[in-house]
Design a binder for this molecule. Structure first.
Ligand SMILES: [Zn+2]
Length: 490
C-alpha cells in the first residue's frame, strides 16, 4: 500500500505531491523534504520496523518507495553503535558512543541516501545516473549504479583525491574531469533530460539519511542520548538526523526528547558556526578558497544552514568550528584508541567533543553519540600527514618512501646525488667523479639533463656564484629530500 505523503519546501512552506518529479521547490527553488500522514502511520506502528532486516531497509515502512521490487541495496545502514571506552577515558567522560558509518558499502553515510535515491530512479524507469561531486558522493553513486545496472556518468573536479578517483573508476562509471566543483555540478545538471541527476539536496537522498537517527534510537532501546554530534558541510546530515528523531516522536516510539544537537565545521569553511557565534538565525555564504583537510564539509553556501541554526537553538546545542590540526589529531586518536580509521571530515566531531568536554559543557555522566561519517582509507594523504607528525613513524616513512623514490631514480641519478653529497658541486666536477670513481660514463649534455630532472624532483637545488673576477658559475646542492635519500641508501 503506497504511503500517504507529500513534499514540503523548507523555505517557503509550499506543498507538492510526491508523484511529480520535483527536486527543488518550483516556486522558490528551496529544498524539499518529504512528510507523511503520521496519524495514519501511527495506527500501524507495529509494521513500521522490520527487525529481521539488517540494513537501513528495516525502515522501508518509513521511506518513500512505492515499488519494493525496485529497491537497490548493498546492505547499507544498520551500522554498529560502539561504546568507546578508551576514548571516554581519555576525555574523562563515561558514555561516548560511535555511530560507525565507515562500515557502509562505499565507505560513507551517503550510501543511505544514494541507495534510496537510486531505487527511486529505478522506479521512475531511468537507465542512467549522473552526478557532479568532489569524490564521496560520486563513489557512492558509481557503486549503486553498478549494482542496479545503470550507465553512470560522473563529473569530478581536477583536484579530486586519487583514492576516490580510483574507487569511482573501478565501479565502471564514465568519468569526466572538469576544472572545478561548480563546473562538475553545472555539467551534471545539463544531463537532466537523459539521465537521473543526483545531488545531496534531492528530497529522496535526504530522506535516506534520516535512517541514521532511527538506528541510533533503536540501538539505545528508544532512550534518546543527551547529545548527537555530527559534522556539517551542507548541514543536511544534522537536519535529517533531527527529522528522524522528530518522526520517532510523532510515531510514539519515543517521548519528547531532550537531545541536544551539535554541528562541527572546519574553521576554514564555517559559515554556520559564524552565524551561530554572532547570534544570527540566517547563514551568510562565505567566499574565498576553502582550503582544509576536511574537504567533504567545505561548503561556502550550505543548503541547510538556517535549518541547522534553528535545530541547534531549539535543542540547546552548539555549532563549533575546529582547526585542521585538531581534526588530524582526532583522526589519530580515533584510530589509536578505538581502532576506527575515519576520514578527516568525520574525525572533526571528536575535535568538537574534546573542546566541549574541556570547557565543561558536557558532563561525565551524559551520553554522547558521535556520527563517524566516512572511512579514512580514501584519504591516504591526510593519513600520511598525520603519521608523519609522529616522530617514531617518520623513519619508517622515509625508508619506504625513499625506497620507492630510489627505484624510480635509476643508478646514474643516485650516483650524481652521491657525488654532490661528497662535495662536488660543479657540473664538470660531478661528471669527472662519475667517470673516474663510479665508472658511469655519460656525455656532459646527458649529465645536465639528469641534473635538470633531479631539480624538478626537488632533490637538488641550483644556485649561481660570482667569483672575485665577476665570473658566474653554477653549483648544485642537495635538498633535504635529496639528503635523506643519500643518507638512507648511500
Ligand atoms: Zn519554496
Amino acid at each position: 500500500m503506497p504511503l500517504p505523503m507529500k513534499m514540503k519546501c523548507i523555505k517557503c512552506g509550499r506543498e507538492y505531491p510526491v508523484e511529480i518529479y520535483y527536486r527543488r521547490c518550483p516556486s522558490c527553488s528551496g529544498i524539499l523534504h518529504i512528510y507523511y500522514d503520521y496519524d495514519e502511520m501511527r495506527k500501524r506502528r507495529d509494521e513500521l520496523i522490520n527487525v529481521h532486516e539488517d540494513s537501513m531497509w528495516r525502515y522501508k515502512g518509513l521511506l518513500p518507495v512505492q515499488d519494493l521490487s525496485k529497491i537497490i541495496s548493498l546492505k547499507e545502514g544498520w551500522t554498529p553503535l560502539i561504546k568507546a571506552k578508551r576514548l571516554a577515558n581519555e576525555l574523562k567522560l563515561n558514555n561516548i558512543y560511535l555511530k560507525d558509518e565507515t562500515r557502509n558499502p562505499s565507505g560513507s553515510f551517503l550510501d543511505r541516501g544514494i541507495s534510496l535515491e537510486v531505487s527511486i530512479a529505478a522506479e521512475y524507469g531511468f537507465k542512467s545516473l549522473t552526478c557532479g561531486s568532489t569524490g564521496n558522493l560520486a563513489a557512492s553513486v558509481a557503486a549503486y549504479g553498478a549494482r542496479g545496472g545503470f550507465k553512470t556518468i560522473i563529473y569530478v573536479p581536477r583536484k579530486v583525491e586519487l583514492g576516490k578517483l580510483y574507487q569511482i573508476a573501478i565501479y565502471g562509471a564514465d568519468i569526466y574531469i572538469v576544472n572545478s566543483y561548480e563546473e562538475a555540478l553545472k555539467r551534471s545538471e545539463m544531463m537532466f533530460l537523459d539521465s537521473f541527476v543526483i545531488t545531496t539536496s534531492d528530497p529522496w537522498y535526504l530522506e535516506g539519511i534520516k535512517t541514521i537517527a532511527y538506528e541510533i534510537l533503536e540501538q539505545f532501546k528508544f532512550n534518546p542520548p543527551d547529545y548527537v554530534i555530527t559534522s556539517a558541510g551542507t548541514g543536511s546530515l544534522i537536519s535529517m538526523t533531527y527529522k528522524g528523531f522528530e518522526e520517532m516522536h510523532l510515531l510514539d516510539f519515543i517521548d519528547e526528547f531532550n537531545t541536544s544537537f551539535i554541528a562541527v565545521q572546519s574553521d576554514k569553511a564555517d559559515p554556520i558556526a559564524k552565524a551561530f557565534r554572532s547570534g544570527k538565525d540566517h547563514v551568510e555564504p562565505i567566499t574565498g578558497s576553502l582550503d582544509t583537510v576536511a574537504l567533504d564539509i567545505a561548503i561556502s553556501n550550505p543548503t541547510h544552514g538556517d535549518v541547522v541554526l534553528d535545530i541547534v537553538h531549539k535543542t540547546k546545542g552548539y555549532v563549533l568550528s575546529v582547526s585542521d590540526e585538531e581534526i588530524l589529531e582526532s583522526l589519530s586518536l580515533l584510530a589509536k584508541l578505538e581502532g576506527i580509521l575515519a576520514e578527516p571530515s568525520a574525525a572533526a566531531v571528536l575535535a568538537g567533543l574534546k573542546r566541549l568536554a574541556d570547557e565543561g559543557k558536557i558532563l561525565p555522566s551524559e551520553t554522547v553519540v558521535l556520527v563517524i561519517t566516512g572511512a579514512g582509507l580514501k584519504h591516504p594523504k591526510a593519513i600520511r600527514d598525520t603519521v608523519s607528525k609522529i616522530i617514531t613513524l617518520r623513519r619508517i616513512l622515509s625508508i619506504v618512501e625513499g625506497e620507492k623514490e630510489l627505484s624510480r631514480l635509476g643508478t646514474t641519478k643516485i650516483k650524481i646525488l652521491q657525488a654532490i653529497a661528497e662535495g662536488h658541486t660543479y657540473g664538470y666536477a660531478i661528471w669527472k667523479v662519475l667517470k673516474n670513481k663510479y665508472g658511469v660514463k655519460v656525455g656532459l649534455p646527458t649529465l645536465y639533463q639528469h641534473l635538470k630532472e633531479l631539480e624538478k624532483m626537488d632533490l637538488i637545488t641550483v644556485f649561481s656564484e660570482e667569483s672575485d673576477k665577476g665570473r658566474k658559475s653554477i653549483h648544485y646542492t642537495l635538498t633535504h629530500k635529496g639528503q635523506r635519500i643519500v643518507e638512507d641508501f648511500g
